[in-house]
Design a protein around this ligand. Sequence first.
Ligand code: R5P
Length: 222
Amino acid sequence: MDANKKLVANEAVKEIKDGMTVGLGSGSTVKFMLEALGERVKEGLEIVGVPTSHQTAKLAKELGIPLADFSNVDGIDIAIDGADEVDPHLNLLKGGGGYLVREKIVDILAKRLIIIVDETKIVDYLGTYSLPIEVVPFGWETTRSRIAEFGCAPQLRQKDGEVFISDNGNYLLDCDFKIIHDPAKLHDDLKALVGVVETGLFINMADVVMIGHAGMVDVLTK
Ligand SMILES: O=C[C@H](O)[C@H](O)[C@H](O)COP(=O)(O)O
């Protein structure tokens, strides 16, 4: 599986050209992408990265990838990110690692969003993977009750026996919808709830999905 992630990550990095401002996603597939990008930077590629998580920022720095101060970024040429699920319309379910808000802020700015996955992430319908929803800690129990009315049993995410805290100081509720028939509507309905910061549904954002499988890369475009 790692071989397919690495393959697709290497392929995506070929899309990065000199002078670009590059959104750097999060997760294990993106880690391979950062390693490949770090090599190209060592060879002389001049880019500036915009990380979507503390984890990505830390690794990018270690690899010598220059990072922008986001407050001075007025556009992103390309973003490369992973996903937990991809549907046939290239809608995405993301946030398995807990980084959905910053990812969405960066990915939505990108002129071109490339998603890199292995074939296990390709689904007919989103929702088999629990949907992460970031909520503000204050009153999270009432937010959870209102989310549950949409047909899931939200679980407060834990890590190492503690409540997981997002990069933004919030909680995550993981919601087992199983099949999401209309992800755009579900996203809009959830976002309308007070206390919800963002959902892991990335609707109509991906321009390209690169899929690594059996030593090859398939490319889906909008
Ligand atoms: O919060 C995590 C991000 O949305 C990741 O991009 C997503 O979970 C995919 O990660 P991985 O490549 O590790 O499966």
